[in-house]
Write a protein that binds this ligand. Structure first.
Ligand code: SAH
Ligand code: SF4
Ligand code: F3S
Length: 470
C-alpha cells in the first residue's frame, strides 16, 4: 500500500490537492465499510484549550464530514479525536484520565479509531508515554500538520498500524481545506500561526512554533467566501494579532476585511499590549464593523512581575494605553487575562494587580492560578509562591474583578444582539451577544438564530443580561 502514497504523481500533487486526493480515497473506504456494517460511521471531536484549537477542530470536522463520517456528541463514536491543550501542567494528567475511559469504549467497539492531536502532542515525553502505555491509540499528530488528517487516516486504514506524525516545525500554510463551523453565522479566521513572544510562563511558543502570517489576499478570500455562505461575524485569530505581518500591518488588514460585503461584525483575538499601535486604535474607532470590544491580557499589575514574565510593558504604560483607548472609544468594553501567583509575586505585587483591576474596570477577566509549566523558564525560577498564599489571593482577585466591572452601565440600553442559540436552561429564551460580547438572554424562537435583533438590556446579572426584544 505504501506504493500508493509514494508514487511520483502523488508527491507532485501539491497541497491542498494532495489532501483532496486522500479525502477521496478515504471516502471510498468509508463507503465500503458502511456497506459492510449496514450502518453509518460516526465521529466526535473533543476540543480543549483556546480559540485556535476550537478553530482547528472545525477544520478537522470539515475533513471528517467530507470523508463521510457523521458527527455525534457522544465520545462512543467510530472515530474519536482529542484536540489537546497543554497550557497548564495538569492538562497531561487529565488527558491520561480521559484515555482510560476511551480504552474501555474501544474494547466494546472494535470499529473505533482513537486519534490524538493538538498542542500536547508537540511534547516528546507525551509521545513516548503514548507509545509505551497507551498502545490502543491509533493516530497521533501535532499542531503543524492538522491539514493532513485524511492522509493519516488513509495510511492507518490501509496499513493497520499506529500512525504517529509530529513535526517539529512546518513553515507551509495549507489553504482552502474544508471546514465545518459550529455556527453558520459566525466564524474564526486564522490570520497568523505561532508566537514569538516567549512570555516566561507560557508553553505556546514551544508547541505552536514561530509566527507565520497568512497572506492578506488569502484572508480576504476566506472572509468573502464565508460572507457568501451567510457568515455575518468573524473573529480574526492569532496569539498576538498586533504583530501580524503579511506584507501589510494588522490595522491595514482590518480595514480591508471591513470592506467585505455581508460581514457585519469583526472581532480579533488576542492583542498583546506591547504592540498595540495608535493606528489600530484609530481603525477600531473609525470602522463601524469593528466591535468595540478589546481583549487586552494584562497578566499582572506589577511592573516587577511583568518584567519577569517578559511581557515588555509596565503597569504605567499599560494604564496609559488603556486611557488612550478609552479616550478614542469611550464605550469600549475591555476584558483581560490575569495570572495569580507567578514566581516571586509578593503581597505588594499582588496589590498592584488589584489596583490595575480597579483602575481599568474590566467587563470580564479570565483569572488563572499560575501553573508551573515544565519546559518554560518560569518553572525553574526561585520563589515559587506557595499554594496556600495563592488560595488566599485568588478569591480577592475575583472579588476585585466583580466589584470593579461596570457592566451595569449598559442596563436600560438597547443593543443589537446576534442571536446564537436557544437557551440551554429555559427553552422559551434565546441567547446572543452584543457588539461588546455581552451575553443576553431574551424571549424568542429558534427562527431568530443567526439574526441581528434589537434588545433592551433590562437586568444585569453579573456577567450577563436578561433583556426584551424591542
Ligand atoms: N496569546 C495570548 C494568550 C494565550 S494563552 C496572550 O498573550 O494574551 C491564554 C492565557 O493563559 C494567557 O493569557 C495566560 O493568562 C494563561 N496562561 C498561559 N500560561 C499559563 C501558566 N503557565 N499558568 C497560568 N496561566 C497561564
Ligand atoms: Fe503565550 Fe505570551 Fe505568546 Fe501569549 S504572547 S501565547 S502568553 S508566549
Ligand atoms: Fe492550549 Fe495550544 Fe491554545 S496550549 S491555550 S490550545 S495554543
Amino acid at each position: 500500500m505504501d506504493n500508493i502514497l509514494n508514487t511520483k504523481s502523488d508527491i507532485e500533487l501539491m497541497e491542498p490537492d494532495r489532501q483532496f486526493h486522500f479525502i477521496n480515497l478515504c471516502k471510498k473506504l468509508v463507503l465500503e465499510r458502511k456497506a459492510e456494517l449496514g450502518r453509518n460511521l460516526t465521529y466526535c471531536v473533543v476540543t480543549f484549550g483556546c480559540q485556535m484549537n476550537a478553530h482547528d477542530s472545525e477544520k478537522l470536522k470539515g475533513i471528517l464530514e467530507e470523508i463521510g463520517y457523521e458527527e455525534v456528541e457522544d465520545e462512543n463514536a467510530d472515530f474519536i479525536i482529542y484536540n489537546t491543550c497543554t497550557v497548564r501542567e495538569n492538562a497531561n494528567l487529565k488527558l491520561y484520565g480521559h484515555l482510560g475511559h476511551l480504552k474501555n469504549l474501544k474494547a466494546k467497539n472494535p470499529e473505533m479509531i482513537v486519534c490524538l492531536c493538538g498542542c500536547m502532542m508537540q511534547e516528546p515525553q507525551v509521545i513516548e508515554n503514548i507509545r509505551k502505555k497507551y498502545r490502543f491509540v491509533d493516530i497521533v499528530f501535532g499542531t503543524h500538520n492538522i491539514y493532513k488528517l485524511a492522509e493519516l487516516i488513509f495510511k492507518y486504514k490501509t496499513g493497520g498500524k499506529t500512525i504517529i506524525e509530529v513535526l517539529e516545525k512546518n513553515d507551509a500554510i495549507v489553504e482552502a481545506l474544508p471546514q465545518k463551523r459550529k455556527y453558520s453565522f459566525k466564524s474564526g479566521i486564522n490570520i497568523m500561526f505561532g508566537c514569538n513572544n516567549f512570555c516566561t510562563y507560557c508553553i505556546v511558543p514551544y508547541v505552536r512554533g514561530r509566527e507565520k502570517s497568512r497572506k492578506p489576499e488569502e484572508i480576504i478570500a476566506e472572509a468573502e467566501a464565508l460572507a457568501r455562505a451567510g457568515v455575518k461575524e468573524i473573529m480574526l485569530l492569532g496569539q498576538n494579532v498586533n504583530s501580524y505581518d503579511g506584507g501589510i500591518s494588522f490595522p491595514e488588514l482590518l480595514k480591508r476585511v471591513c470592506k467585505v460585503d455581508g460581514i457585519k461584525r469583526i472581532r480579533f483575538m488576542t492583542s498583546h499590549p506591547k504592540d498595540l499601535s495608535d493606528e489600530l486604535i484609530e481603525v477600531m474607532a473609525s470602522e463601524e464593523k469593528v466591535c468595540k470590544h478589546l481583549h487586552l491580557p494584562v497578566q499582572s499589575g506589577s511592573t516587577a512581575i511583568l518584567n519577569k514574565m517578559n511581557r515588555r510593558y509596565t503597569k504605567e504604560s499599560y494604564l496609559e494605553l488603556v486611557n488612550k483607548i478609552k479616550k478614542a472609544m469611550p464605550d469600549i468594553s475591555l476584558t483581560t487575562d490575569i495570572i495569580v501567583g507567578f514566581p516571586g509575586e509578593t503581597e505588594e505585587d499582588f496589590e498592584d494587580t488589584l489596583d490595575i483591576v480597579k483602575k481599568v474596570g474590566y467587563d470580564q477577566a479570565y483569572t488563572f492560578i499560575y501553573s508551573k509549566r515544565t519546559g518554560t523558564p518560569a518553572a525553574t525560577m526561585e520563589n515559587q509562591v506557595p499554594d496556600d498564599v495563592i488560595k488566599e489571593r485568588f478569591p480577592k482577585l475575583l472579588k476585585a474583578v466583580n466589584e470593579n466591572n461596570h457592566i451595569d452601565r449598559y442596563t436600560g440600553q438597547v443593543k443589537e444582539v446576534l442571536v446564537e442559540e436557544i437557551n440551554g436552561q429555559d427553552t422559551s429564551l434565546v441567547s446572543g451577544r452584543t457588539e461588546e460580547s455581552l451575553t443576553v438572554h431574551f424571549k424568542g424562537e429558534a427562527d431568530l438564530i443567526g439574526q441581528f435583533v434589537n434588545v433592551r438590556l433590562d437586568e444585569c446579572k453579573g456577567f450577563y443580561f436578561m433583556g426584551t426584544r424591542v
